[in-house]
Design a protein around this ligand. Sequence first.
Ligand code: BMA
Length: 822
Amino acid sequence: MTTSLSRVPLGSAAGSTWTVRATTGPVPPELERLFSEPSPATVPGEVHTDLLAAGLIDDPFDGANEHLLAWIGRTGWSYRTSFDWDPDGREVQELVTDGLDTAATITLNGTELGRTCNQHRAYRFDVTAVLVAGTNDLVIEFAAPVDTANRLSDEAEGGRRPGTNVHPYNAIRKMASNFGWDWGPDVATVGIWQPIALESWSGARLAAVRPLAHGDGLLETHVDLAWSPTAELEQTVAVTVGDTSAEATVAPGTESVVLRNTVPNVDRWWPRGYGDQPLYDVEVALGGSGSANWQGRVGFRTVELELAPDEHGSPFELSVNGRKIYIRGANWIPDDAFVTRLDRKTYERSIRDAIDAGMNMLRVWGGGIYESKDFYDICDELGVLVWQDFLFACAAYSEEEPLRGEVEAEARQAVTRLSRHASLAIWNGNNENIWGYVEWSWQVPLAGRTWGEGYYLDLLPKIVAELDPRTPYSAGSPFSYSNFIHPNDERFGTMHIWDVWNQVDYSAYRNYRPRFVSEFGFQGPPAWSTLTSVVHDEPLDPYGEQMLVHQKAHEGNLKLERGLGDHLPRWSNIDDWHWSTQLNQARAVAYGIEHFRGLFPLNTGSMVWQLNDNWPVISWAAVDGHGIRKPLWYALRRVYADRLITVQPGPVGPVIALHNDSDELWSTRLTMRRRSTGTDVLATEEVDITVGARGATSVVLPSSVATSLDEAGEYVEVLTTDGHSAYWYFAEDTTLRLLPPDQAFTANVKATDSGYEVTVEAHALVKDLALFPDRLDPAARVDSSLITLSAGDSHTFRVSNAVAPNGPLDVPVLRSVNDLVN
Ligand code: BMA
């Protein structure tokens, strides 16, 4: 029989009509009809978004709705569709589900096809004997996710294992943060969250395609094949890439074959900042007819991770094509609590948030998902390296069945699916679980039971070595790459710095000399318009009922307050609370990164926690749940720029530290001034400097500039001829003498074609000037923030997507430190 395959999508976009109804659980009385009257559903989709679209529930993100809708996660749900099918002569019919969330029973025409319990896997059911000519009835029933997690956890030997959530997310292979996290809503959902289709085929089928492109131009394509029961013809498998092709003939029953192409003079793929991102189309054709093909793109690159001990401990140093990469990155969480609402456009917008801030790596954190194809495609195209966690976070995991088999199957599928991506630079075993085991009092409750070590140190590295040998594996984050060294030891490998934020002032970042910081961060509220779109407490208060629904961190408000230290005065109203905490967040993280970059080359990078949010919330994110860039984002753009100049404390006084993370020499003249916070220039020095490509240097601040007799009234400004600046203060803002806004600056508004401009002219020191146009119109966006001006300087904010306001701009739209201290 000749090889041929047809795929009929069964999703809503392809015209299938789906419904959902409740089967068990605490459905509120006013919705009890959901047990008998099915409601329209969308596939791929989730039950929350279905109920929302049907007008049956209010927005789960609004007010205190999260708690009011908790019943959804304790309810069983049944999805149903019918579809027509006519025998087409092909031999095998299969129902293919790319993702079911999570505990599902799949029934076709009354016959149970199977039960699944892993959101992170695709499944394939042979329905050849079950399909009928004409109308077919497909039902996918989901057990309540919260109850299922509880049951699985209770059933495991010894009961519940340690974790960091009220729900035992570690007992079920479902996105951990879907059960709520310290930045995310508890909206445990169900649904057919990935495409579903009927595949009919004869002869042979491509079961898996894994093209691995190496930096020397070699493409090794691993092809797994499935054969229909009566297949007796040999088949050809052909791979084309660039101008090359490779072909193999395979006998019936052959399970896998490897084809090799060598692309002469290959154009290698580079992360952004190091070169271009050429991508090559790969086509895999099975059989002469070309009816069973695979297409995808690859990038030729070599990635290496250097962990070998050195005189300081051991580095965590990533190289691409032999060049060391200084990592300026961020941690990525699922970009919406309801991930099926995401699409290529939303992914691109959020990845551009990283790029526009100067980042070159994103870490897909282990409490989320293996991301969508769009995510990795965009990272390939734009040169953003991807660090991919396996999906284990902040908990102990059973290594026995039923979890073990699920973990292995899921990891094999994920590595197979993602290995071809040029951007994929690191596979990482888990988030904080090794640290958790040694330090978070897990061992007593575990009482000798497994906790996941065998996954991180044995199973997962073996799977990566087998299926994606071109990509480095790291056992965990943080990890010291030795069993006898504390996993969060700053001298070895990766570290997470969380005492800043949780316990100590952000100045403590300077106590660390970390080789690589894969997590650190500080909270701040989302944009005012984002916050007030969901928090309606009257009056607005950090401790308001709805506000606390949108502040998930343990003692979050306390930490926001304590975090002010003596950096900024304590607020006296909600507007000042909002501005001070956003500003303090930005300063804290920038302070850390300035210090880490000052440690280059001992330090090889940092990844801020976290780039994005999955709803409107007070969190560590740089960009809020409505896509508005918080002041932190603008601070990141400055400290993650190719060229960074900062003033840091040195052994004998302040030192100007310069890090040039670009391929060009940085030659500039430094103008160093000690100034009064009013208008006087008290000392000026100049020096010409050159910083090598991908190099760093430092200059001691001359004592005439560095020494002040009036610490509350003076500061240091360092300017480069190419527009970079750094400031050094002798006093914190709580004692610094800043003039009030009406004396310190004037601001003028001018309408433009796309919005308006606000030009600020400084008559004295103006610290951290920020414009919040969303206060006037939530759609408005501004191009800059946290601008410090000396007397005589000016700055123009450009606002887009808005109409120029009438009248002058003032607090709370235009803010600075000057208004906080006066
Ligand atoms: C880190 C992360 C997350 C968490 C964040 C903030 O540990 O891995 O678990 O959201 O801290 O607490």
